[in-house]
Design a protein around this ligand. Structure first.
Ligand SMILES: [Fe+2]
Ligand SMILES: [Fe+2]
Length: 261
């Protein structure tokens, strides 16, 4: 029977599929790391900047972990196909801060900080959900189970941080703009998640030689998820709730924590 676990197990057992999976993951993490590094440089708020720096350091660490997993198997990173490049596709749709803006030296205005935090609130929700799925799927796999648990815990912290920082800005009177930005971001993300999911599954289907029936079934599943998210699920991505764990990114990243995996 086709289950999430069997799907990820099949990807793990095939070098080319695993290479694509880890390369896409590493690419997304590195991109997130770069964005946060630039935002750190452009953030004048002395309380927020170190947290953004921690966020960036964690994403860089995740990028190194996925690259390390490839190297353990004697594989190198491959280019991420453009239709599977989640970060770039979001940016092209005007979700989050434009890369040209991030390359400038002009400090970010309050509304741009909100754009960054809303983008992170939505994409970290996705990252947190996906990592929980991977932790479950690879729970019996000693080679990558530990790495997935470490990244998953970090993504939960990133999400907690976004909730807390956005609520702080709501308390300062930015509520209406934050709500508007979160809704715009969530709707764009849900479309992008669908498109990237379909592109990745099409590539995996080719590599793993899935029969047409299986490919259609997976595409239908992804589409059904999109329809649900577009109608109802988006609400979970825009809600703000004070997290149990406060100040989740309040300390600098420990150096080379990935060496423990
Ligand atoms: Fe990450
Ligand atoms: Fe993250």
């Amino acid at each position: 029977m086709l289950t999430t676990r069997s799907l990820f197990d099949e990807i793990y057992r095939n070098d080319e599929a695993y290479q694509l999976f880890c390369s896409i993951a590493a690419g997304g993490e590195d991109q997130g790391g770069w964005e946060n590094e630039r935002i750190t440089a452009l953030t004048q708020d002395p309380v927020l900047a170190p947290k953004v720096a921690r966020h960036g350091a964690d994403e860089r660490k995740h990028g190194r972990i996925f690259t390390q997993l490839l190297h353990k198997r004697g594989l190198e990173k491959v280019d991420v196909p453009p239709d599977a490049d989640y970060c770039m596709l979001l940016e092209q749709q005007g979700i989050g801060l434009a890369h040209d803006r991030l390359k400038s030296d002009v400090p970010l205005a309050d509304r741009e900080i909100i754009t960054y935090l809303a983008h992170s609130r939505v994409t970290e929700q996705r990252a947190s959900e996906q990592m929980r799925q991977l932790v479950k799927a690879y729970s019996d796999n000693p080679e990558i189970g530990r790495a997935m648990r470490m990244i998953s815990a970090d993504e939960d912290n990133h999400l907690a941080y976004c909730h807390e920082e956005l609520l702080r800005l709501v308390a300062q009177g930015h509520g209406p703009y934050i709500r508007h930005t979160l809704e715009h971001t969530a709707k764009g993300e849900i479309r992008t998640h669908r498109d990237v999911g379909l592109a990745v599954m099409a590539s995996m289907g080719r590599i793993l030689g899935w029969p047409r029936r299986q490919r259609l079934l997976l595409a239908a599943g992804l589409y059904a998820l999109y329809v649900y998210d577009a109608a109802f699920g988006w609400r979970r991505m825009v809600k703000l709730r004070m997290p149990e764990r406060r100040n989740a990114l309040g300390t600098p990243a420990p150096p080379h924590a990935e060496h423990d995996i």
